[in-house]
Write a protein that binds this ligand. Structure first.
Ligand SMILES: *Cc1c(COP(=O)(O)O)cnc(C)c1O
Length: 340
């Protein structure tokens, strides 16, 4: 029994999902003739109360398209210093859009409206890049699955309006936040100009993300997606998996969150663990203390066919997901309790 806690992207399609994929009706999406992709886009737009949506092969491409459609080369965006769009998209904002990133020194990947206000203030003359865009991430990846406070996001929106800034949400794991905080997609649709969501993280589809926005934004996004090489043909097989994921895998995220919390509780009781970060959703970040060697620890547990990653300097990460069952949880907890 392989137990893989490396990421929530390691899931494989379930039997029901595979059946939905096999039965999908498809067409050439470059001609907008794939009925399943059209259905997915309409469904997600309606779910968020937004005008339009577009299917993407990856979350990175959806975010990069959003950055491109809101900016011109030379402009500047604002994001947290831990943001995925800055740290983990290969420098794409600079490469694809020619924009610089103003990093805000937030907490667990989240900053405040006051911090944004301070960042946007200052001289506005020919020396200074135009400020165009604010990007936030919910849940935060590097921040260990932390969820934003919705009221703070509302205040940030006010700063965006006052300063004529577009507001983009990297919602790769937004559904984890919605379930954890009992919020609705429409609350987010109201607040943001564009939103990207991933179907291939906690929701368990093999491939796919969706970008949401106004009709005008999505018309632009369609051109940019083509330019980035992301226009697909009979990708309705993937959209069918995405539809299945939205219909069957959202409410069950509470199980992932419960299991993550149980792991955290056991880790906190182990004498070789220095600290466990607060666990709000499905990501567990923890630190081992110097009585054990972190690499040896990961290797020893891997010998039991339990896998997770070391992020260096004593920092380790486990991510729960659809393919991590209660039986696996039991085995993991037993191994942790008996490790040292
Ligand atoms: C995974 C992730 C993405 C990008 O998704 P890919 O499909 O892997 O390109 C974007 N933002 C966050 C916060 C993520 O965790």
């Amino acid at each position: 029994m392989r137990i893989d806690l490396i990421s929530d992207t390691v899931t494989r399609p379930t039997k029901g999902m595979l059946e939905a994929m096999m039965n999908a009706s498809v067409g050439d999406d470059v001609f907008m003739a794939d009925p399943t992709i059209n259905k997915l886009q309409t469904k997600v737009a309606k779910l968020f109360g937004m005008e339009a949506a577009l299917f993407f092969p990856s979350g990175t491409m959806a975010n990069q398209t959003a950055i491109k459609l809101h900016t011109q080369p030379g402009d500047k965006l604002f994001c947290d210093k831990w943001a995925h769009v800055f740290n983990f998209e290969g420098g794409g904002a600079a490469f694809n859009s020619g924009v610089s990133s103003h990093l805000i020194d937030g907490n667990r990947g989240m900053f405040t409206a006051a911090q944004l206000n301070e960042a946007v203030a200052g001289r506005a003359d020919i020396h200074v890049p135009y400020s165009r865009l604010v990007c936030v991430e919910n849940t935060t990846n590097k921040g260990g699955g932390a969820c934003w406070d919705y009221q703070e996001l509302q205040k940030i929106k006010e700063v965006c309006i006052a300063n004529n800034l577009a507001f983009h949400l990297d919602g790769a794991r937004l559904f984890n936040a919605l379930v954890a905080k009992n919020e609705t997609p429409k609350q987010y649709g109201e607040l943001f100009d564009t939103i990207s969501i991933c179907l291939s993280k906690g929701l368990g589809a093999p491939v796919g993300s969706v970008l949401l926005g106004t009709k005008a934004h999505i018309a632009k996004a369609l051109r940019i997606r083509k330019l980035f090489g992301g226009a697909m043909r009979q990708a309705g097989y993937l959209a069918a998996a995405a539809i299945y994921a939205l219909d069957h895998h959202v409410e069950r995220l509470v199980d992932d969150h419960r299991r993550a919390k149980e792991i955290g509780e056991v880790l906190a009781s182990c004498n070789f663990i220095k600290r466990v970060e607060p666990i709000e959703t499905n990501i567990v970040i923890f630190y081992v203390n110097s009585i054990i060697d972190e690499v040896a620890f990961v290797k020893a547990i891997a010998k039991k066919d339990i896998h997770f990653i070391s992020m260096g300097e004593g920092k380790l990460r486990m991510v729960t997901h659809l393919d991590f069952t209660d039986a696996m949880l039991e085995k993991l907890l037993k191994e942790l309790k008996s490790y040292y």
